[in-house]
Design a binder for this molecule. Structure first.
Ligand SMILES: Nc1ncnc2c1ncn2[C@@H]1O[C@H](COP(=O)(O)OP(=O)(O)OP(=O)(O)O)[C@@H](O)[C@H]1O
Ligand SMILES: [Mg+2]
Length: 112
Protein backbone atom coordinates (compact mmCIF):
# COMPACT_ATOMS: atom_id res chain seq x y z
CA UNK A 1 0.00 0.00 0.00
CA UNK A 2 1.02 3.59 -0.61
CA UNK A 3 0.09 6.82 1.13
CA UNK A 4 -0.29 9.70 -1.27
CA UNK A 5 -0.07 13.12 0.34
CA UNK A 6 -1.09 15.87 -2.03
CA UNK A 7 -1.55 19.60 -1.61
CA UNK A 8 -3.91 21.25 -4.05
CA UNK A 9 -5.57 24.62 -4.53
CA UNK A 10 -8.80 24.69 -2.49
CA UNK A 11 -11.06 25.42 -5.48
CA UNK A 12 -9.83 22.19 -7.11
CA UNK A 13 -11.03 19.93 -4.30
CA UNK A 14 -14.39 18.93 -5.78
CA UNK A 15 -12.97 18.24 -9.25
CA UNK A 16 -10.13 16.16 -7.79
CA UNK A 17 -12.50 14.21 -5.54
CA UNK A 18 -14.75 13.39 -8.49
CA UNK A 19 -11.81 12.30 -10.65
CA UNK A 20 -10.42 10.11 -7.86
CA UNK A 21 -13.72 8.40 -7.08
CA UNK A 22 -14.02 7.88 -10.84
CA UNK A 23 -10.87 5.75 -10.89
CA UNK A 24 -11.96 3.73 -7.85
CA UNK A 25 -10.51 5.57 -4.86
CA UNK A 26 -12.80 4.71 -1.96
CA UNK A 27 -11.57 6.95 0.81
CA UNK A 28 -9.47 9.98 1.56
CA UNK A 29 -8.69 12.42 4.33
CA UNK A 30 -9.06 16.13 3.60
CA UNK A 31 -7.54 18.88 5.72
CA UNK A 32 -7.47 22.63 5.30
CA UNK A 33 -3.87 23.71 5.75
CA UNK A 34 -1.59 26.64 5.18
CA UNK A 35 1.82 26.22 3.64
CA UNK A 36 4.40 27.57 1.31
CA UNK A 37 6.42 26.31 -1.60
CA UNK A 38 9.29 27.76 -3.49
CA UNK A 39 7.91 31.29 -4.00
CA UNK A 40 5.14 32.18 -1.62
CA UNK A 41 6.98 31.74 1.63
CA UNK A 42 8.60 35.12 1.59
CA UNK A 43 11.19 34.97 4.33
CA UNK A 44 12.13 37.81 6.60
CA UNK A 45 14.93 38.29 9.08
CA UNK A 46 13.95 39.22 12.64
CA UNK A 47 16.64 39.48 15.32
CA UNK A 48 18.97 37.33 13.26
CA UNK A 49 16.51 34.50 12.72
CA UNK A 50 14.65 33.81 9.50
CA UNK A 51 10.85 33.57 9.64
CA UNK A 52 8.51 32.39 6.93
CA UNK A 53 5.52 34.64 6.34
CA UNK A 54 2.65 34.69 3.83
CA UNK A 55 1.37 31.18 4.29
CA UNK A 56 -1.11 30.31 1.59
CA UNK A 57 -4.30 28.25 2.18
CA UNK A 58 -4.20 24.82 0.57
CA UNK A 59 -6.08 21.56 0.83
CA UNK A 60 -4.11 18.50 1.91
CA UNK A 61 -5.33 15.12 0.71
CA UNK A 62 -4.15 11.88 2.29
CA UNK A 63 -5.08 8.80 0.30
CA UNK A 64 -4.06 5.20 1.01
CA UNK A 65 -4.37 2.87 -1.98
CA UNK A 66 -2.99 -0.46 -3.12
CA UNK A 67 0.52 -0.07 -4.49
CA UNK A 68 -0.75 -1.02 -7.94
CA UNK A 69 -3.06 2.02 -8.01
CA UNK A 70 -0.61 4.62 -6.78
CA UNK A 71 0.72 5.81 -10.13
CA UNK A 72 -2.79 6.25 -11.51
CA UNK A 73 -3.79 8.29 -8.45
CA UNK A 74 -0.75 10.54 -8.82
CA UNK A 75 -1.44 11.06 -12.53
CA UNK A 76 -5.10 11.82 -11.90
CA UNK A 77 -4.34 14.40 -9.20
CA UNK A 78 -1.65 15.98 -11.36
CA UNK A 79 -3.82 16.33 -14.45
CA UNK A 80 -6.92 17.47 -12.52
CA UNK A 81 -5.32 19.93 -10.09
CA UNK A 82 -3.02 21.53 -12.66
CA UNK A 83 -3.67 25.12 -13.71
CA UNK A 84 -0.12 25.76 -14.89
CA UNK A 85 0.25 28.68 -12.47
CA UNK A 86 2.55 28.70 -9.45
CA UNK A 87 1.27 27.04 -6.32
CA UNK A 88 -0.57 24.14 -7.98
CA UNK A 89 0.69 21.87 -5.22
CA UNK A 90 2.96 18.96 -4.45
CA UNK A 91 2.47 15.21 -4.29
CA UNK A 92 4.44 12.88 -2.04
CA UNK A 93 4.21 9.07 -2.08
CA UNK A 94 5.12 6.99 1.00
CA UNK A 95 5.03 3.28 1.80
CA UNK A 96 2.32 2.12 4.23
CA UNK A 97 3.13 -0.81 6.55
CA UNK A 98 -0.36 -1.73 7.73
CA UNK A 99 -4.05 -0.87 7.43
CA UNK A 100 -7.01 -2.12 9.48
CA UNK A 101 -10.74 -1.64 8.97
CA UNK A 102 -11.95 -1.15 12.54
CA UNK A 103 -15.49 -2.49 11.93
CA UNK A 104 -14.41 -5.90 10.64
CA UNK A 105 -10.77 -6.33 11.54
CA UNK A 106 -9.90 -6.74 7.82
CA UNK A 107 -6.33 -5.79 7.07
CA UNK A 108 -4.20 -4.19 4.37
CA UNK A 109 -5.72 -4.11 0.84
CA UNK A 110 -8.96 -5.61 2.21
CA UNK A 111 -9.21 -2.72 4.67
CA UNK A 112 -9.09 -0.03 1.98
N1 LIG B 1 9.04 20.59 0.30
C1 LIG B 1 7.79 20.61 0.79
N2 LIG B 1 7.50 19.89 1.88
C2 LIG B 1 6.25 19.91 2.39
N3 LIG B 1 5.24 20.58 1.87
C3 LIG B 1 5.50 21.32 0.78
C4 LIG B 1 6.78 21.38 0.19
N4 LIG B 1 6.70 22.19 -0.88
C5 LIG B 1 5.44 22.60 -0.95
N5 LIG B 1 4.71 22.09 0.05
C6 LIG B 1 3.30 22.27 0.31
O1 LIG B 1 2.65 22.35 -0.94
C7 LIG B 1 1.94 23.57 -1.05
C8 LIG B 1 1.99 24.04 -2.47
O2 LIG B 1 3.31 24.30 -2.81
P1 LIG B 1 3.62 24.90 -4.23
O3 LIG B 1 2.67 24.31 -5.21
O4 LIG B 1 3.67 26.39 -4.16
O5 LIG B 1 5.09 24.30 -4.46
P2 LIG B 1 6.22 24.94 -5.36
O6 LIG B 1 7.38 24.03 -5.30
O7 LIG B 1 6.44 26.36 -4.93
O8 LIG B 1 5.61 24.85 -6.81
P3 LIG B 1 5.20 26.06 -7.76
O9 LIG B 1 6.46 26.47 -8.41
O10 LIG B 1 4.18 25.50 -8.68
O11 LIG B 1 4.61 27.13 -6.86
C9 LIG B 1 2.58 24.49 -0.06
O12 LIG B 1 1.68 25.46 0.39
C10 LIG B 1 2.96 23.53 1.06
O13 LIG B 1 1.84 23.29 1.86
MG1 LIG C 1 4.99 27.81 -4.98
Amino acid sequence: MKLIIATIKPFKLEEVREALTGIGVRGMMVTEIKGFGSQSGHTEIYRGAEYAVNFVPKIKLEIVVSAAMADQVVETITSTAQTGKIGDGKIFVLDVAQAVRVRTGETNDDAL
